[in-house]
Design a protein around this ligand. Structure first.
Ligand SMILES: [Zn+2]
Length: 412
């Protein structure tokens, strides 16, 4: 069994699922500490002397540069230790299936075959005759993102074993609670000390993402004027009615259920309140900076119009930016994209660029000043009991990372 496969099989058996019900605490679950401690111990054993797991289950470590590369900027590599709360995540029993074509069967649960057919995942055809790791069908596999963790750990082990392989100083971070939107917000970027970084948290091998949504949250509050409904004519302003007017002025076709690809949207997430005071929460998403700005502006303009209609101060809009499209910050740093593309091609993997209709830890880190595109792990069917990863993809990703760090072993 290869080093990366051995690590992967071991890491997925450590339950480190996050919990959206407990997001005010980091980590949201104590079990993430188990994974963090394990990784910190292994990094120390590999020779990363400063490896540590902190009280928030953040693991950080540094690997010194190879001889001759000491003066170069450090490169960061990042993966998340939690697994998705969307499917059972405890007691993962990974097993390797020789895939002979047709449906890929993870296991049989209560007489039902838990399987993936090539009509659901067309890429399966590529892995005919190969070994694929699945769960037993009762849990997710947690390739998202234990595959990313195992690939980075295996790279570190390889670099330690082969001191001649060129690389700059590497800054490693394994972070908790990605699946519940924590976004590596407690990573001390200065102490981390990387000039650039990559997250390893994507899908099929070859995937590279450096574009994601720009994101904001809007809170819309309406303050009504309450009088006895029997004598309300021309006096009452019903806060709920005002919010209904507000929502009806947003374009109906720009809702998540009608958008795809590079479309943006406004998503109404919650409404609460009564006739005197009510509020709505939206999330706003767009790839394009100008369209994103226009989207935010439309909220302000609709509020102004309704205030004209119902009286100043009736509607308030509060916009809070959440993250920005990474591509904006990567302008001028195209080598981050080029180096990744070259690293894939050097391993005979044809890369493909995938805009992310969401955020990643990397989007948040980029927003905070650490440019951070996302690389594939090789896995499929994330957040599902049908999750799987081909062994060849796991193994090749370690080669890709080796090629990638070598490209940072010179001035950019
Ligand atoms: Zn992930």
């Amino acid at each position: 069994m290869s080093d990366v496969l051995e690590r992967f099989m071991r890491y997925v058996q450590v339950d480190s699922q996050s919990d959206p019900e407990n997001e005010e605490r980091t980590p949201s679950t104590d079990r993430q500490h188990d994974m963090a401690r394990l990784l910190a111990d292994e990094l120390r054993a590999l020779g990363c002397e400063d490896a540590a797991a902190d009280e928030h289950a953040y693991v950080t470590a540094h690997l010194p540069a190879s001889p001759g590369c000491e003066g170069l900027p450090a490169l960061g590599l990042c993966a998340h230790i939690d697994s998705s709360p969307d499917a059972p995540g405890a007691g993962v029993k990974p097993h390797v299936v020789r895939y002979e074509g047709g449906a890929l069967v993870a296991g049989v649960v209560d007489g039902v075959s838990i399987e993936t057919s090539p009509s659901q995942v067309a890429e399966l055809e590529r892995f005919k005759g190969q070994d694929i790791v699945c769960s037993d069908g009762t849990t997710l596999l947690s390739a998202d993102d234990k595959a990313g963790v195992a690939e980075i750990m295996s790279l570190v082990a390889r670099l330690v074993e082969n001191p001649a392989l060129p690389h700059p100083r590497l800054a490693i971070a394994f972070v908790p609670d990605e699946e519940i939107g924590h976004g590596a917000s407690l990573l001390d970027i200065e102490a981390f000390g990387a000039e650039w970084a990559y997250t390893v948290d994507g899908g099929d091998i070859g995937e590279l993402s450096y574009e994601c949504f720009s994101a904001a949250q809007a809170t819309v509050r309406a303050h009504g004027v309450m009088v006895h409904p029997g004598s309300a004519k021309d006096v009452m302003v019903n806060a709920i009615t005002v919010l209904r007017e507000f929502d009806s002025m947003l374009p109906a076709h720009e809702r998540p259920e009608h958008t795809e690809g590079r479309d943006g949207f406004n998503h109404l997430m919650s409404i609460s309140g009564d006739a005197s005071d009510a509020q709505m929460t939206y999330i706003l998403r767009d790839f394009d900076a100008a369209k994103f700005a226009a989207r935010e502006q439309s909220f302000v303009s609709i509020a102004a119009l309704l205030n004209e209609r119902h009286g100043e101060g009736t509607v308030e809009v509060e916009l809070r930016e959440q993250y920005r499209n990474m591509a904006e910050k990567l302008e001028g740093s195209t080598f981050l994209v080029d180096n990744a593309l070259e690293a894939f091609r050097a391993c005979e993997v044809e890369p493909f660029i995938e805009p992310i209709r969401g955020g990643t830890d990397g989007a948040q880190l980029t927003f905070r000043g650490l440019p951070c595109p996302n690389l594939s792990t090789g896995g499929f069917n994330f957040h599902s009991v049908r999750e799987f990863i081909p062994v060849s993809s796991l193994e090749t990703m370690v080669d890709v990372l080796e090629q990638l760090v070598a490209r940072f072993a010179k001035e950019q």
